[in-house]
Design a binder for this molecule. Structure first.
Ligand code: FES
Length: 147
């Protein structure tokens, strides 16, 4: 028995504790976000600190980062220990700007929605939701509104 046996959790246990399905955990593994410690009884085992890593991933997603972006952030961090509070502070600080930007975007969207409720045109040229800041007009034709 390994000296760290107590620190190992089966994938089903990690799933229960994190609220993520085992399929999601395997997907995260494929994405390189987490790494199993080994196998026991045919099932993946993880170090207990994977839970903190999963909490980190969930928090980053709430801030609006894609899994690919989270992978980039986590890549230089060793998988053999949990991200520390200092890691989390250092990494999350620049995300304040993202949340600020998202708030500005949502505020604009909220204002545009008022226009739409009073209108209903859904015109790709003039609807303020489909064509914020009249971007399509500035760029010529093309499905700019799809982005
Ligand atoms: S529906 Fe007319 S402005 Fe959006």
């Amino acid at each position: 028995m390994s000296p760290h046996h107590q620190d190992l959790l089966h994938i089903t246990h990690v799933s229960k504790r994190s609220g993520l399905s085992t399929a999601t955990l395997r997907f995260y593994e494929v994405q390189g976000l987490i790494r199993p410690a080994g196998r026991s009884g045919g099932k993946r085992t993880y170090h207990r600190h994977v839970l903190r890593r999963l909490a980190f991933i969930a928090a980053a997603q709430r801030v609006g980062l894609s899994l690919a972006e989270i992978g980039d952030v986590l890549a230089p961090m060793p998988t053999d220990h949990a991200p520390t509070p200092a890691d989390w502070r250092r990494i999350s600080d620049p995300w304040k700007q993202r949340v600020d930007d998202a708030m500005v975007r949502l505020q604009k969207l909220r204002t545009s929605l008022d226009d739409c409720i009073g209108c209903g045109c859904l015109s790709m040229k003039t609807c303020s939701i489909l064509n914020p800041d009249d971007e399509a007009a500035a760029e010529g034709t093309g499905p700019r509104w799809l982005r």
